[in-house]
Design a protein around this ligand. Structure first.
Ligand SMILES: C[S@@+](CC[C@H](N)C(=O)[O-])C[C@H]1O[C@@H](n2cnc3c(N)ncnc32)[C@H](O)[C@@H]1O
Length: 280
């Protein structure tokens, strides 16, 4: 094993696998639905196409793909979390999207992506978490059919803030960023997508997109609290905060959200990049 490999952080998924985290993922997916739908339409996803959603989570993007490809299309979701995948598939089949399938698959395991090739290979908020993001992206690029598309959306967390600034939001942001970083995530993965595409052998993206959201702290606080809650085991394990420190930070956020609920909070930016593969 090389020095780089031994120094590389372990890929432990920092957000965990609790029912509360699954619900947070569904809430987050609803927030970004329009921003993702716009890109699916921009690349012309239409009836009969085959799609892969890598790191599909609760299956909300699979639903948007199924609505566009129709019954003649094919939508495969893969995720390392088989329980979440089963819930996603039950939701999709319950809604009548029988063209959807799920397969448990760890994209870092070095095994071939199942069901290749696809007209669209998509991943949202997956590469962010993976220290091996360039290798994984290269494997996803290989899974694209000639003439098909690779489309990725990922966060840049540096935008998270309120205006005027608040120490409580900055402290919660510090813990979130620190815990993700300690677990091997790249909190600026979204902005690095063009470089990642090049490293993965896909070349320069054909296009990029930035989607954002602001909302009053009175409601935006929910994002910070839920992410902090899901990340707490990782934050404690890596010494980014303590039980007492995290409780104090959340209490301060609670006080500020009551006093300054009208301060506007900027969410992470959701950055997209896409590339069409040459026809054979
Ligand atoms: C933040 S969630 C995003 C879910 C979904 N793409 C969305 O945007 O709603 C990240 C997902 O990636 C999955 N994941 C993390 N590491 C993975 C790996 N090594 N292989 C496959 N899936 C992974 C997690 O289980 C989780 O469902």
């Amino acid at each position: 094993m090389s020095a780089t490999e031994t120094e590389r952080p372990q890929a432990v998924y920092a957000l965990g696998h609790t029912p509360e985290e699954y619900e947070r993922l569904r809430m987050q997916a609803r927030v970004w639905e329009a921003g993702t739908g716009r890109l699916l339409d921009q690349i012309g996803l239409g009836p009969g196409a085959s799609c892969l959603d890598a790191g599909c989570g609760p299956g909300e993007t699979m639903r948007m793909m199924a609505e566009r490809v129709g019954p003649a299309g094919r939508v495969l979701g893969i995720d390392a979390d088989a329980s979440l995948g089963s819930l996603a598939l039950a939701m999709l089949h319950g809604a009548g999207h029988r063209q959807c399938a799920f397969q448990a698959h760890d994209v870092t395991a070095g095994e071939p992506i199942p069901g290749t090739p696809f007209d669209l290979v998509y991943a949202r908020l997956l590469l962010f978490h993976l220290p091996q993001r360039a290798e994984v992206l290269a494997r996803l690029w290989e899974a694209v059919a000639p003439g098909g598309y690779l489309l990725v959306q990922d966060y840049d967390l540096r935008s998270v803030s309120t205006l005027p600034e608040l120490d409580s939001v900055a402290e919660v942001g510090r813990v979130i960023t620190g815990a993700f970083g300690a677990a091997g995530a790249d909190v600026s993965a979204g902005t690095r997508l063009p470089q990642l595409f090049a490293q993965a052998g896909a070349g320069t993206p054909d296009g990029t997109d930035v989607t954002g959201r602001i909302e009053p702290l009175a409601t935006g606080r929910v994002l910070l609290e839920r992410v902090m809650h899901s990340l707490l085991p990782a934050a404690l394990a890596h010494g980014v905060t303590t039980e007492a420190g995290s409780a104090a930070a959340l209490a301060a956020l609670d006080r500020d959200a009551s006093r300054f609920g009208d301060h506007q909070m900027l969410w992470p930016l959701l950055i997209g990049a896409w590339k069409q593969k040459e026809q054979a």
